[in-house]
Write a protein that binds this ligand. Structure first.
Ligand SMILES: [Zn+2]
Length: 254
């Protein structure tokens, strides 16, 4: 039986088919097609006789979406998983880590936690590091909170602060990114999480996360961590990592 992995992110949606290998079926703007996504997925399930899992940029507890601050609207599916969890699950498999923190930085900031090879969910929402309070400037976050990490270093926040898309900044002078207060706050937050969980590695993905320099990240994190706790820092440049993780979860179950 083939499996479908769907990545519904704040900006783009990708769909992969997973049988013996991964095949990229679709890539489109989430905003433009959000009302059609259920139908598209339903049609693909029929066409391939496939079971699907949807990786969503959303806070999910017991299969229910509590909040999806970076999605244009909430859509319901049978099998859903937080997109950063899908990413981290895929990264753990691909890179061979059993205790791993995955950070996705795109429109927002998500995180997934893998403990002993399995997704750790807590009561469901574990890993929402993007919405921890890190600043003191009163910056409003899309979730309704204030001074959250995402309000300093999520894609939307970088655009707001610099007037540019992160992509343009990376192309012009990426040092601008590393000098941002948000980058320092991100490093600090990862150091704290690593002290708490003693991860083997922290893997970065997403449109922005995958472009960060692992050397700059190491340098930034090492300022805030005892050396004994320093995890390996990896960037995973695979735009389909969330969709692939979702497809593997569709196959193996949660
Ligand atoms: Zn927030």
């Amino acid at each position: 039986m083939p499996f479908l992995g769907v990545d519904i992110g704040g900006t783009n949606t990708d769909i992969v088919l997973f049988d013996k290998e991964f095949i990229h079926l679709h890539h489109f703007s989430t905003k433009e097609k959000i009302s059609e996504i259920s139908k598209i997925v339903g049609n693909l399930e029929k066409k391939y006789g496939a079971k699907s899992c949807i990786g969503l940029a959303a806070w999910i507890r017991e299969g229910k979406i509590l909040k999806a601050p970076n999605l244009p609207q909430i859509i319901e599916f049978d099998l859903i998983e937080n997109d950063a969890n899908c990413f981290t699950f895929f990264a753990a498999r691909k890179l061979g880590f059993k205790n791993l923190l995955g950070i996705t930085i795109g429109t927002g900031i998500g995180a997934g936690v893998i403990v002993n090879g399995k997704i750790y969910r807590g009561r469901g929402l574990a890993g929402e590091i993007g919405h921890s309070v890190v600043g003191n400037e009163g910056r409003k976050c899309v979730c309704g909170g204030e001074d959250h990490l995402e309000a300093y270093f999520g894609g939307w926040a970088i655009r707001k602060e610099t007037g540019k898309e992160a992509k343009e900044i990376f192309e012009a002078d990426e040092n601008v990114i590393y000098k941002m207060k948000g980058f320092d706050l991100l490093c600090k937050q990862i150091a704290s999480a690593s002290m708490l969980m003693d991860f083997e590695a922290v893997v970065f993905g997403g449109r922005i996360g995958a472009r960060l320099s692992s050397d700059k990240l190491k340098e930034g994190i090492s300022k805030y961590i005892m050396p004994e706790f320093m995890p390996e820092i990896v960037t995973l440049k695979d735009e389909l990592a969330v969709a692939k993780g979702a497809a593997i979860l569709a196959k193996e179950g949660f």
